[in-house]
Structures are given as C-alpha cells and as structure tokens.
Write a protein that binds this ligand. Structure first.
Ligand code: ATP
Ligand code: MG
Length: 613
C-alpha cells in the first residue's frame, strides 16, 4: 500500500493551505500492505486480529461513560478503588496465575510476577503502610528505578486510599524537593542508590515522616525503614479502601516543558477512562505482552504503564535499562512483545540507529505500535511502516487530561502527521480565543468538552491555574494549538506559547521541524521564533545532524532549500544552527523555551525537568 503524499505547502499559512492529504493511508489490519525486505513477513496475515473498537462511527454515536462503568467493579454504595480494579479484580477473573509483570533489570535479568504475586505483595505493603499511620488522602511518594517494588508500591498505596506520588528516578535533589515540599509528602519509598539525593534535602522536608528503603544492605538512620522488614511483618490479607470515585488517586507533576511543573490531582474514577482507552487505543486483551517505554514517574508510565493495561488483564513489560536501540529490539524479541507504546524521541533515535539493526531482529510478535508525548513527524510514521511493517499510532493527551482523548485507533485509517480523532465519549475540537468553534482547516486552540472520566480535579494548591483551563464555560483549554480537517482528524500545530508570528503568518514549530527531519542529514530539529524588526519574528531552527554527517555552509544551504520546497514561503527557517543535542525534558520532550531563552540571552526559568546528564 502506498502512503499518501504530504501536502507540499506548510499548513499554517492560510486556511486553504491547511488541507489534509486527501487519501487515507493505511490500516493496521489491512491486507494489502507491501512487506519490506526481510521484515514483518506476512505479519498482517499472521495476526488478523479484529480491533477491540471496530466500528468507530457507530460507537462514537452511541457510547456514554455510564455504559463503561459496567466494566469496572464497584463496592456497595457506589464506592470503588482503582488499584482493586487493576489487580484484585484479575484474581476473581481467573487470571490469578497469569503473568502480570515481566521485569527486566539493567543487566537483562528477568523476574516474573503473576497477578496473585502482585496481589499479595501489595496487600502486605498496604498493611505495612497502614501500620505506620498512613491514612486516606496522605501523600506517599515512589522514588525508584523500574524494579518490581515500584509497581507493588504504586498499587499498595492506592489500595489503602493514600495518594500516590510518582517520581522519576533520574530527578536530582532540586526536582525532588520541589515536588515533596509542594505536596507535603508523608512517606517516600526509595532504594539505596537513589536515597543520597533525598538525604541532601531531607532537612528541608518537615512533613516527611518515614523513608522506606527497598533492597537496603547498610545501616539505616532514624526515620528510615527497611521495605523487606516491613513486608515480612505484615499480613497478606487486606480489604482495599472503599473510595468515593471522586477521592484522589494520584498527584502527578507535568513534564515542565513550558514552565514549572504543575501538580495535577486525579481521582479513582479515572480508572474508567484508563480501562476503556487501553482497550480501544492500545487495543489490549488479556493475551497481550505489552511494553510501555515511559517511566512511571510520568503520567504515561503510570496510567498506561500500570493501571490501564492491568485493568484489561494484559501482561506488562518493564525494562530498567536506559535507551539503547539494540537492547530494545532484543527485549521485544525475547518477551514476544505484542503491543508497544513509546514516544517520538525514542522512535527518532531508533531511526537514527538505522534500518539494518531492525532487520537483524525478528520483531514478529509486534502487532500494534503507538506513540505519545510530542508530535510524531510523518517521516517517522513512514519509516515505521517501512521497517516494522506496521503503522505507528499517534495519540494525544496530557497529564491534566489523565487519559487519551484523541487517537489514531487501530480500526481507523491513519493520516501521518495527524493525532487522530476524538475518542468515543470525548469531544475535542478547535476554537478561537473566545471559544467559538472554528471550521476545518482553521488554526486555533485545541479544546475539549469537559466531562470525561479522568479529567483533572485540581491543580495542587493552585486554584488560579486550575481555573485557567476552564476559563470559557463549556471548554477545557489544553494550551495546545491545532486544526481539524473535514473528516474530524486533529492536526497538532504547537504549544500555544511556541507558535511563531512571522510577517503576519502564524507558524507552528512542528510543521517546520517535520520538514527538516525529512532531510536525510537531519536527525532532530527544534524550531523557535526569533524577534526580528522587520517580520516580528523569524523562524530559527536548531538541528542535530545524523550520525557521521559533517556540518558545512553548503549543507545548511541545501537543508534550507529543501525545507523551502516543502513549506509555505514564509514558513521556512531563515536561520539554521547545528547543535550536538537539543535540550530535552527527562521524558524526552524538546524544550523550545530553553532554545529561545539561550538564543535571546534570557533567564532559563525552571529547569528541574531538564535532562542534563
Ligand atoms: P508542562 O505542562 O509542565 O509544560 P508538558 O505539557 O510537556 O509539560 P505533559 O502533560 O507530559 O506535560 O505533556 C502534554 C503535552 O505534550 C501536550 O499538551 C502536547 O503539547 C504534548 N503532546 C502530547 N501528545 C502529543 C501528540 N500526540 N502530538 C503532539 N503533542 C503532544
Ligand atoms: Mg502541559
């Protein structure tokens, strides 16, 4: 099957320019995909799986969230517990001895845990936490590498009704202090390797009562407790806390891409959204071996790395090691991963690692690949189709939305470069600054009709910020800009703050970045608006060159000419600068605000999320 040509002009210029490719592109379950050399042989024939959500239009027309409640277990009086739904429910559904967790450590050692294992282990830890005085609503943070204890802890905390605070293991002391102080955390669960970072700031955390240390071998100080000793002393029988659906489940900090991370409060009711979107978009069923590459320190790793897949009875894979293309492919082959959820930055790195490396592996188990977190360049989608023989399904959501809202569903055709369509039960669209809905092709604010189950309930201690999202009644303002096409597909343009105004035209960085990475010499690109007397702003691009490519004036001219041919005349980058790397958050997002601050010599602002390893 052939991919549709991308429009030659940039889509930011005029409404007329902003047309989606007419032809749709490929279907996950189509039969006419041409199989690239040596890979993905007859994959589609081999896995003629029907998508969980087969008929999008019919489901969209009739679905209500009340209906989805039937898939979730409730206690008497309408009470519920998200962790009960993720783990305990599987015990009663005949999955007791099924693998819940394939945990691969940094040395590639594999440990398996069944649902029953996670059930008993989390019961023990839940009891231990209760014995320390943890009560409903208390914040308990998890600061661990991707080891089994991280998953057990997350479930245990939620089971007893305390609020889970996930923390990414690569956070430094400042990032830790900000989050632990802000949330008034009572307990933190960590490991000996990570504890020194906490020790540095311990005296600045008056609310922190205990530090629980897993796998400790040395001496513990006052206020520190051994995870294993607590577990040994605790009962493995626990009645999960019966929570009101509106009681808090976790406090998640945003990625800090655009500023200081915000603490977003989500509730147990979110599990309805986790469950349905994992079923529809991840297309999970109980025989899937599913790998979400995001760390549970971020929303994706918590929602779609733990709660959503377990609620659907799928086995999850976790890998403690850092990114390495060969190790990733080996892991897919070794565990026969069927569904793989990753991010554009990882996919771009895999692309950089080359096609040959892909062909050295089978990857035959894969049936569904997804991406989130940043715009997914069409070039990457086409590359995925070529080397994996599978389309990469982009989807859009935020820490605040708590679940996917817009997605390329497995049962729908994909248009590379589009985030997909509103999910059933969700209405996402594009409006002007006053909340008036815009027609197809018009660039505006990406908004959503409030009322989806995992909608943020609070911004922790920041009512002002919370209200900003709902500043016009009837809409949730995402802070992103987008446009919608005739068929209801949504196309990401950029963060509202990142949109560039050049000679009266609004240009989103994503379009320009995508045009740049189409050039074989460009591995990555970050684009900003640079103030200019004549044009208001000019477009400046920072690029990272592909492996082995040397920078030269001729090359930069060629890249400029190349992008000029693809974009509207005003949208090509007048300045291009080569860098060894782009500043990114620890979750892998390009921090354009830092590129801008550096370019203009302005203060960098909050850099607690910056990956500066
Ligand atoms: P902060 O809010 O602290 O600045 P952040 O917005 O990066 O950080 P997240 O909640 O992790 O924090 O990310 C959500 C944002 O990521 C979205 O608002 C959007 O800008 C971007 N994003 C997520 N998925 C996609 C996607 N599929 N395409 C384009 N952008 C996406
Ligand atoms: Mg955000």
């Amino acid at each position: 099957m052939k991919l549709a040509d991308q429009p030659k002009k940039g889509r930011q210029g005029t409404a007329a320019d902003r047309k989606a490719p007419a032809a749709t592109v490929f279907r996950a379950s189509g039969s006419s995909t041409s199989i690239p050399h040596g890979v993905r042989r007859e994959i589609i024939k081999k896995f003629p799986v029907k998508a969980n959500l087969e008929d999008y239009d019919a489901t969209y027309a009739t679905f209500t969230w009340e209906e989805a409640q039937k898939e979730i277990s409730y206690f008497a009086g309408g009470k519920m517990n998200a962790a009960y739904n993720a783990i305990d429910r599987q015990m009663h559904a005949g999955r007791r001895n099924k693998v819940a967790l394939y945990c691969v450590d940094a040395e590639n050692r594999l440990e398996l845990f069944t649902f029953q294992d996670i059930y008993y282990l989390s019961n023990r830890l839940g009891n231990a936490l209760k014995s320390l005085g943890v009560q409903k609503g208390d914040r308990v943070f998890v600061f661990m590498p991707r080891i089994p204890e991280l998953y057990v802890s997350t479930v245990a905390i939620a089971k007893i009704g305390a609020v889970v605070g996930p923390l990414f293991s690569a956070f430094g002391p400042d990032a830790l202090r900000d989050r632990l102080q802000d949330s008034e955390a009572k307990i933190i669960i960590t490991t000996p390797e990570l504890k020194p970072k906490l020790d540095e700031i311990r005296d600045q955390l008056p609310d922190l009562e205990y530090v629980i240390v897993a796998r400790n071998e040395g001496k513990l100080k006052r206020g520190e407790l051994s995870y294993e000793e607590l577990m040994v002393g605790a009962s493995e029988q626990l009645t999960p806390a019966h929570m009101d659906p509106e009681d808090p489940l976790y406090l998640l900090y945003t990625s800090g891409t655009t500023g200081k991370p915000k603490g977003v409060v989500h509730v147990h009711n979110d599990i309805i959204g986790h469950h349905m979107t994992s079923k529809w978009v991840l297309d999970l069923r109980e025989d899937d071996v599913y790998w979400c590459t995001a760390d549970p320190g971020w929303v994706t790793g918590t929602v779609y790395g733990i709660f959503g897949p377990w609620s659907n009875g799928a086995s999850i894979v976790t890998y403690e090691g850092r990114f390495d293309a060969r190790s990733w492919y080996q892991l897919i082959d070794r565990l026969h991963v069927t569904v793989w959820y990753t991010a554009p930055t990882a996919l771009r790195m895999l692309m950089k690692a080359g096609d040959e490396l892909v062909y050295e592996h089978s990857l035959d188990s894969l049936r569904h690949v997804l991406s989130v977190g940043e715009p997914l360049n069409p070039e990457v989608v086409r590359w995925g189709m070529k080397v994996y023989g599978l389309p990469i399904h982009d989807n859009w959501w935020q820490t605040e939305t708590g679940m996917m809202l817009v997605a390329n569903l497995p049962g729908l055709p994909i248009k590379p470069g589009s985030m997909g369509k509103s999910l059933p039960g969700v209405y996402a669209t594009v409006v002007d600054d006053d909340g008036n809905e815009l027609g197809p092709g018009q660039l505006g604010r990406l908004v959503v009709r409030p009322g989806w189950p995992a909608q943020l309930r609070q911004v922790w201690r920041n009512e002002e910020k919370f209200k900003e999202y709902f500043r016009i009644p009837g809409w949730y303002f995402s802070g992103d800009n987008a446009w919608r096409d005739e068929e209801g597909y949504l196309w990401f343009v950029g963060r509202a703050d990142d949109v560039i105004n050049t000679a009266g035209h609004r240009v989103g960085p994503f379009e320009v970045e995508s045009a740049l990475v189409e050039h074989p010499a460009v591995a990555e690109a970050g684009v900003i608006g640079k103030p200019d007397e004549e044009r208001g702003e000019i477009i400046k691009a920072f690029i990272v060159l592909a492996n082995g490519v040397e920078s030269s004036d001729d090359l930069l001219d060629e890249i400029r000419e190349f992008t000029k041919r693809q974009l509207a005349a005003h949208a090509y980058p007048r300045e291009i600068e080569v860098r060894d790397a782009l500043p990114k958050t620890r979750s892998g997002k390009i921090m354009r605000r830092l590129l801008k601050a550096w370019e203009l010599g302005l203060p960098a602002g909050d850099t607690s999320s910056l990956d500066d390893d």
